[in-house]
Design a protein around this ligand. Structure first.
Ligand code: GLA
Length: 381
């Protein structure tokens, strides 16, 4: 592929970011609330349209696994496509399934979002593809449909049962803001359901550290799907369409199954925490005030939802013991990253203490990033 200095009607470059969710885990598929920021780690897609019917995808990170396929064979060839390429090809297949004319295309990816770290590298790959394909082949497709296309690609073509958190964050986030997303309202309206809340930590002498523990997680594997099924079972037992309909944990006493009770308790209390954190930020309060809510979110994911691990717990405890105002695991769980809200002056000591603790536990390759609220997906300027 030739380098594209600028975007034309038939070629260009696009990027889509990973995300960290400030609060609101496992609430998206329960029609609830989430509050992510996009992070300055992106997947870039160099794309070009061709006058033939061949789809070509390449990844700088997978030099030995290029894929060449007739566009019409995308759906039928799914099983033969290497794992990484199912994300972009799933997006192309979904555009076609919805009636868009997708034929000759060349897409080359370069990803800087670490995979398996709970930072949504897969959603970034899908969303980079989605914005590129929209601009090259399907102008007029709105952001809501793009999010749905990216989600459907992951659910149906890749086979990972995710919600819409990651794709919404990658497409809708804006620099300097956290995205407050009310999933039910967003999915049932054409314009509303979200707003951008100013999120300036540097001005308050704070940093948000993202520490990738090095313990990788696997979404498609059982735990995530099992939690979704338990939440659906809890909603059914309570006689509601989804756990979003439960206004207070007091309403959960009707659940006799202790496991379903704990799962529902997490979701209902987490929705409250999202609204509380969003409220504090909207009012322009000192962001340190959100710290205890982040830590409470972790306790709930550990005790009630049971998606944390000893490694994540140790990293979170160490961050809290060495000066973080709040800390929690991010993403689906079972490994991946934690976040820690720290005073700028304490960042070094927290980072070093967590790094040492992880190394002592057999995870010597942890990595720390700073999460600065970055822009969402779009053409590369
Ligand atoms: C993963 C999924 C999201 C969301 C989170 C947990 O990242 O892809 O849809 O459910 O887990 O909040």
């Amino acid at each position: 592929m030739t380098a594209h200095a600028e975007r034309t009607d038939t070629s260009g470059a696009w990027s889509a970011p990973g995300r960290v969710n400030l609060i609101g885990e496992h609430t998206d598929y329960n029609d609830g609330f989430v509050l992510p920021i996009a992070i300055p780690l992106v997947v870039t897609c160099q794309g070009a349209r061709h006058a033939d019917e061949l789809v070509r995808v390449d990844s700088r990170q997978r030099p030995g696994e290029p894929v060449r396929l007739p566009a019409a064979a995308l759906a039928a060839e799914r099983e033969r496509v290497p794992g990484w390429a199912r994300y972009p090809l799933g997006v192309l297949a979904e555009f076609r399934r919805r009636g868009h004319r997708i034929e000759g295309l060349e897409l080359e990816f370069d990803g800087a979002v670490p995979a398996g770290a709970g930072l949504s590298s897969s959603a970034a790959l899908c969303c980079a593809t989605a914005v590129a394909v929209r601009d090259l082949c399907a102008p007029g497709v709105g952001d809501r449909e793009l999010i749905d296309i990216a989600r459907a690609a992951e659910n149906d073509y890749v086979g990972a049962p995710t919600g819409i958190l990651d794709h919404s964050a990658s497409i809708l986030c804006t620099a300097g803001h956290a995205l407050f997303l009310d999933v039910r309202a967003f999915q049932s309206s054409e314009t509303g359901g979200f707003d951008q809340i100013p999120f300036d930590l540097a001005g308050a002498g704070l940093r948000l550290l993202v520490i990738d523990t090095g313990q990788t997680h696997e979404h498609a594997a059982g735990g995530y799907g099992a939690r979704r099924a338990e939440c659906a079972a809890a909603a059914t037992a309570l006689g509601v369409a989804s756990l979003r309909d439960i206004g207070s944990v007091d309403e959960l006493s009707a659940l006799s199954d202790p496991v379903l009770y704990r799962r529902a308790h997490h979701v209902v209390s987490e929705n409250d925490r999202v609204r509380e954190v969003a409220g504090l930020l909207r009012e322009g309060k000192d962001p340190r005030a959100i710290g205890p809510l982040l830590s409470a979110g972790h306790a709930s994911l550990r005790n009630d939802f049971e998606v944390s691990t000893e490694v994540l717990d140790a990293a979170v405890d160490t961050a809290q013991e060495t000066g973080a105002h709040g800390s929690r695991m991010v993403g689906g769980g079972f490994g991946g990253s934690i976040i820690a809200l720290v005073d700028t002056t304490d960042a070094g000591q927290v980072e070093e203490a967590v790094r040492q603790r992880l190394a002592d536990m057999g995870f010597p390759r942890s990595r720390t990033f700073e999460a600065i609220a970055a822009p969402g997906a779009g053409p590369v300027a």
